[in-house]
Design a protein around this ligand. Structure first.
Ligand code: DGJ
Length: 712
């Protein structure tokens, strides 16, 4: 039966999304800049891509929002499933579309395959970020096995040429890789069981020339903390398809009669240049995802890990707390090592009781000491893990994810708990909430230090249940402990995605605190996530992960890019260090109120040796830009750096906000005049001619502060 074509439209601030239903499944006709006028179906007829090439199927198979092999689509279909080897194919057709506010609900059915699918597509007005998810229902009488169900399937513009993804390892997260979208499929598949260090669940696609401020760019991100696949596929008919979804292990996802499955959301936005998409993603995270407390002034953390590691000792801790308070910390976080049997990383995980041998009076003396300094108290947990050498494991060996007859390889001497089990989850809930209430804990650092290997219940895979169980546990704890803040940490930044960030509002970005490598890690982080949730600490002079020595200025400037804090033994700082550090701490305190809502700009430097970015307050009243020399420059001078985001018509003062003029002067016969005195100029000139930088030796960094003037 011919389909009566229908048109659907969603609008954001700068984006229009047009959907046409002229085949069995609707297709996206436009997702991009706002269309200024009304569009009707008769106009769209002109744009209908109905050309049919010889050598292809006899009918046009447009790339729909739910591509199916039954239409002849030979790319990655939206659904792969079967009933014990039967019903391997399906032919879903739309039976209802409705629009409520800025959301479209598309219902499809295949009566023969006995499955129903609903797509939900909404456009967040303020940020122009679209959100898509898919629900599949088994309306048959027997089980339906899902091998793959896409969260989103979208066409990308045919002139897209490059794809940028982020990868890494422990201590080196978010490294950028850019490749050509050649014929065939790019498939970023993550099987680490957590969001992972190795693959970030986001990508950037765009025209060949795309950069920070140019080119046509689309960002996509899957809000999920487990196994996933993100695909970009160039088909022989010229179409480019983007697809995202949860990656299931064999037999992991079987829907019994009447059961349904909902995918996590995929977020997508399009803009001119990466900065535009980054800003849209930041706005979306702030307004639609992150917990409300992330909108309040973020306290300065001091974390005990790199100062003490497992050497918990009350006397040392008292001294450390005094020293941290002395440099301006506002929250003291007691890291790994406080609970029973945890003298090193071989034992104790799971035994979430304060260790009476080190803390005979519980944590009270420590907590009271922290409070006497006016600081908040935070505590480290790694709830999803267990050491075989622990009371918990001895009592419940069956709580660990495992496969019968195969030894699970240990990582950091630990196994993963099956937290989708009610008893395991209840135990964690009871332990964590009891401690939070007992010590009035304001913040938890929630760690997760290994990949999931053999994630089974003995015989069946359970990897995809784990993130869902995590979200439920987090929500339950937060319900019971209103006001509690939770940070997501996973050996640094291995669990950072918009799924977990609904419940957690701070990320421990990386265990690598070497500012030179950290600058690159943070640059990748900020491409998708806003700076104010990016844990960024001033570390020791000699970085523990790389052995590199850097100046305190460089460490502080890089820490000021995010939620500033300390990961060092403050007792070892000399008087001069303390004066220096206090300057940066005060800078953070002065500016953090507007930084939390600032507009982020990655700046384009002409030398690969320089990395620069800035935050401009959303009324363009002030801005802070940081420039980091990650290596030696080939030229003798750094040249001009054009700034971004200022009001071109406004007059701004420009000053060197980092305290390292003397340090830089040693490498400059003459410093640019703005480094010597506060100067004023127009926003337009700062953005077009740019700021002449001083000669910056490798491993130096500087901070520029611009403030709008009311009189010219
Ligand atoms: C890994 C984290 O990333 C570190 O910051 C620290 O908390 C350790 N775990 C503790 O075991």
């Amino acid at each position: 039966m011919p389909i009566e074509p229908k048109l659907w439209r969603l609008d954001g601030e700068t984006t229009t999304l047009l959907l046409v239903q002229d085949h069995t499944v609707p297709r996206l006709v436009w997702f991009g800049d706002t269309l200024s006028s009304e569009v009707d179906l008769s106009q769209l007829q002109v744009h209908d891509d109905s050309a049919l090439a010889f050598g292809s199927l006899d009918d046009v198979t447009p790339l729909s929002l739910f591509p199916q092999a039954s239409t002849g689509y030979a790319g990655s279909p939206a659904l792969n499933g079967h009933r014990n080897g039967h019903v391997f194919a399906h032919s879903l057709s739309t039976n209802n579309i409705r629009q409520a506010d800025n959301t479209l609900y598309i219902d499809m059915i295949d009566e023969h395959a006995q499955i129903e699918v609903s797509l939900e597509l909404s456009l967040h007005r303020q940020s122009d970020v679209a959100s898509l998810k898919t629900t599949l229902r088994n309306v048959g009488n027997n089980a339906y096995t899902v091998d793959w169900l896409a969260s989103a399937s979208l066409p990308l513009p045919g002139n897209y040429h490059d794809c940028l993804t982020q990868h890494g390892r422990w201590g080196l997260e978010n490294q950028t890789h850019r490749r050509h979208i050649a014929p065939g499929r790019i498939d970023i598949s993550n099987l680490h069981g957590r969001t992972s260090h190795e693959h970030s669940p986001g990508l950037v696609c765009g025209t060949a020339d795309f950069g920070n401020d140019n080119g046509d760019v689309t960002f996509a991100h899957l809000a999920w903390s487990g196994n996933f696949s993100i695909r970009v596929e160039r088909l022989s008919n010229g179409n480019i398809a983007l697809q995202t979804g949860v990656l299931y292990l064999p037999g992991e996802c079987i829907l019994q009669s009447g059961e349904s499955l909902q995918t996590p959301a995929t977020n997508v936005t399009r803009g001119s240049g990466m900065n535009a998409c980054t800003q849209q993603f930041h706005c979306y995270a702030r307004q639609a995802v992150l917990p409300a407390w992330t909108r309040t002034q973020r306290p300065i953390h001091a974390n005990s890990w790199e100062a003490l590691y497992f050497n918990h000792d009350s006397k040392e801790l008292f001294e450390l707390i005094d020293a941290a308070a002395g440099i301006g910390a506002e929250r003291f976080v007691l890291d790994d090592g406080w609970f029973r049997h945890r003298r090193d990383d071989t034992s104790g995980l799971g035994d979430w009781f304060v260790d009476e041998t080190i803390y005979p009076h519980g944590l009270n003396p420590i907590v009271n000491h922290v409070r006497q300094h006016g600081m908040q108290f935070g505590l480290w947990f790694e709830p999803e893990m267990v050491n075989p050498d622990s009371d918990l494991y001895r009592a419940h060996p069956d709580w660990a994810l495992q496969v019968d007859h195969i030894q699970t390889p240990l990582a950091r001497n630990q196994l993963v708990l099956d937290i989708a089990r009610e008893d395991a989850s209840d135990y964690l809930f009871e332990r964590i909430t009891t401690l939070v209430h007992e010590y009035d804990i304001s913040y938890i650092k929630w760690d997760h230090n290994r990949d999931l290997v053999l994630p089974g219940d003995g015989t069946r895979a359970r990897a995809a249940k784990q993130p869902e169980a995590l979200y439920l546990l987090l929500a339950r704890i937060l319900d019971m402990c209103p006001g509690l803040e939770i940070e997501t940490c996973s050996s640094g930044g291995a669990r950072c995605d918009l799924g977990v960030l609904k419940h957690t509002g701070r990320v421990w970005t990386s265990d690598n605190i070497d500012p030179i490598e950290r600058a690159g890690i943070q640059c990748g982080f900020q491409r998708f996530f806003p700076p104010e949730i990016m844990g960024a600490h001033v570390g020791h002079k000699k970085a523990h992960l790389t052995g590199r020595e850097t100046s305190l200025h460089t460490r502080a400037v890089v820490a000021l890019q995010g939620q500033y804090g300390f990961e060092l033994d403050a007792r070892k700082l000399d008087d001069q260090d303390i004066v220096t550090l206090k300057h940066y701490t005060e800078l953070y305190k002065t500016h953090r109120h507007w930084l939390a809502e600032a507009v982020f700009w990655q700046l384009t430097t002409y030398s690969k040796a320089l990395q620069a970015s800035g935050n401009v307050d959303n009324h363009q009243q002030q801005a802070l830009y940081s420039i980091v020399a990650i290596s030696s420059m080939h030229s003798t001078r750094a040249g001009h750096l054009p700034l971004s985001g200022l009001d071109p018509d406004a007059i701004y003062t420009l000053e060197l906000a980092s305290l390292n003029k003397t340090e830089l002067a040693a490498f400059n016969k003459v410093l640019p005049s703005w480094c010597e005195q506060t100067l004023r100029t127009r926003g337009e000139l700062l953005m077009k001619i740019g700021v002449p930088l001083p000669v910056m030796p490798p491993q130096s960094a500087l901070l520029i502060y611009c403030e709008r003037q009311t009189t010219s």
